[in-house]
Write a protein that binds this ligand. Structure first.
Ligand SMILES: CC(=O)N[C@H](C=O)[C@@H](O)[C@H](O)[C@H](O)COP(=O)(O)O
Length: 236
C-alpha cells in the first residue's frame, strides 16, 4: 500500500474541482491545431467560458499551458507501446516529467492490463512528486482497485476504450459505481452535450471532463457534416 497523507493543499485542490467543468484540450494528433500555442489558447478560452480546470496531454503542451494559467491542470502523456495496450502515462519517467512541467494532478491508466510498470509504482511516484493521482478507469473493478490503493480521483475516462466497439453515449452507470468510493469522481468520455454533463452530476460525479465537443474541431465538423449529408440524401 502506498502511504496517502492528504495535506490541506491537496484537499483545497480537490475542492476546487467540485461541481465544475474540466476542459480537456487535446487536439487531434498531427492535425492543424496540434501546436502548444494553440492548446494554450484553447485552455484560456475554455477558462474564460467557465471551465475550472484543464486536462492536458504531452509535456510541450503542458509547459505552454502552465505558463499562461493558474487553474488546476490534470497532466497525462499518451504513448503507443509495442508490448502493452496501456497508453495513458505508462511510466514513472512520464510521471516525473509531468510533475516538473507543472501538472497538479497526474492521470494514469488504471486498467488491469499488461503494463510496463505497476499501478503501485506509478502511484508512489506521483505521491513523492507532491501531485495528486487520478485513476482513468474502464469499469467498476478498476475503480474498486484504484480506490483500495487510495487514488485521489477516479475517472470514467477509459470506459468503452478497452476492447470492442466504442459506444455512442457516456457511461453513467460507471460514474455511479465510482461515486460509491471516498475519492473524488470525475465523469469523462463522450460528454458531447450539456444535458449529458448535467446527468453525470445527477449520477454522482463531482466534476465532468469535456474534450472533443469543445476542442476537437475535426470531430465536431464531422458530426455536423455527417448529419447534414444524411438529411440532404433523404430530402433530395
Ligand atoms: C480514451 C482516451 O484516450 N481518452 C483521452 C484521455 O485523456 C482523450 O482522448 C479524451 O478526449 C478525453 O478523455 C475526453 O473525452 P471526450 O473527448 O470524449 O470528451
Amino acid at each position: 500500500m502506498v502511504a496517502s497523507i492528504r495535506t490541506g493543499r491537496d484537499s483545497q485542490m480537490l475542492d476546487r474541482l467540485r461541481g465544475g467543468l474540466i476542459a480537456s484540450c487535446q487536439p487531434v494528433a498531427g492535425g492543424p491545431m496540434d501546436e502548444p500555442r494553440i492548446v494554450a489558447a484553447m485552455a484560456r478560452a475554455a477558462l474564460d467560458g467557465g471551465a475550472i480546470a484543464l486536462r492536458i496531454e504531452g509535456i510541450a503542451n503542458l509547459r505552454a499551458v502552465r505558463a499562461v494559467v493558474e487553474a488546476p491542470i490534470i497532466g497525462l502523456v499518451k504513448r503507443d507501446l509495442a508490448d502493452s495496450p496501456v497508453r495513458i502515462t505508462p511510466t514513472r519517467a512520464d510521471v516525473a516529467d509531468l510533475i516538473t512541467s507543472g501538472a497538479d494532478i497526474v492521470a494514469i491508466d488504471a486498467t488491469d492490463r499488461p503494463r510496463p510498470e505497476s499501478l503501485e509504482a506509478l502511484l508512489s511516484a506521483i505521491r513523492s512528486g507532491g501531485a495528486l493521482a487520478m485513476a482513468d478507469c474502464a469499469d467498476a473493478a478498476d475503480g474498486d482497485r484504484a480506490a483500495a490503493l487510495e487514488f485521489d480521483i477516479l475517472g470514467s475516462t477509459l470506459s468503452g476504450y478497452s476492447g470492442g466497439p466504442v459506444p455512442a453515449d457516456p457511461d453513467l452507470g460507471l460514474v455511479s459505481s465510482l461515486a460509491r468510493h471516498r475519492a473524488l469522481t470525475i465523469a469523462e468520455g463522450r460528454y458531447h452535450r450539456p444535458e449529458q454533463a448535467r446527468a453525470a452530476i445527477a449520477a454522482g460525479a463531482d466534476a465532468v471532463v469535456v474534450g472533443s465537443a469543445m476542442t476537437r474541431l475535426e470531430h465536431i465538423a464531422e458530426w455536423f457534416s455527417t448529419a447534414i449529408a444524411a438529411e440532404a440524401r433523404v430530402t433530395a
